[in-house]
Design a protein around this ligand. Sequence first.
Ligand SMILES: [Zn+2]
Length: 143
Amino acid sequence: MDIFQRIGGALARFMYGRNGWDQLNQALFRGYLVLWAAELLCFFMKKEMAVHILEGVLFFLMLVILFRAFSRNLSRRRTENQKWVNWYCRVKNRNAGARARHADKEHKYFTCKSCKAICRVPVGKGKIVITCPKCGAQINAKT
Ligand SMILES: [Zn+2]
């Protein structure tokens, strides 16, 4: 067995039963890299105060990442990770939806004030009253 296999095996044994590298940690690490780049930028621009603040934030963030990676409280870590994944998917889908609606020139979209449902109506109908299909509230709209 060569040295790399041995190190790999030892690492695998050490990480067994620990949380490791989940999606939340990946995201935290990406955030870490961005802040680190920002710190570097502040350093070159001689903004000492910002460098100090970012240093503190970076240190704290690394502690959180390491704590989560080596944590043995798997159920807690998985719940955190799941919350993050759900939130991230929601934001991603919302952005994709907004882009699609923006690209759609044949319809106008209105958000229902009472239930936040998005109602789609064809363009060019003048002033109309939309009845929300979800909650029945009326929306005055101009298309
Ligand atoms: Zn509604």
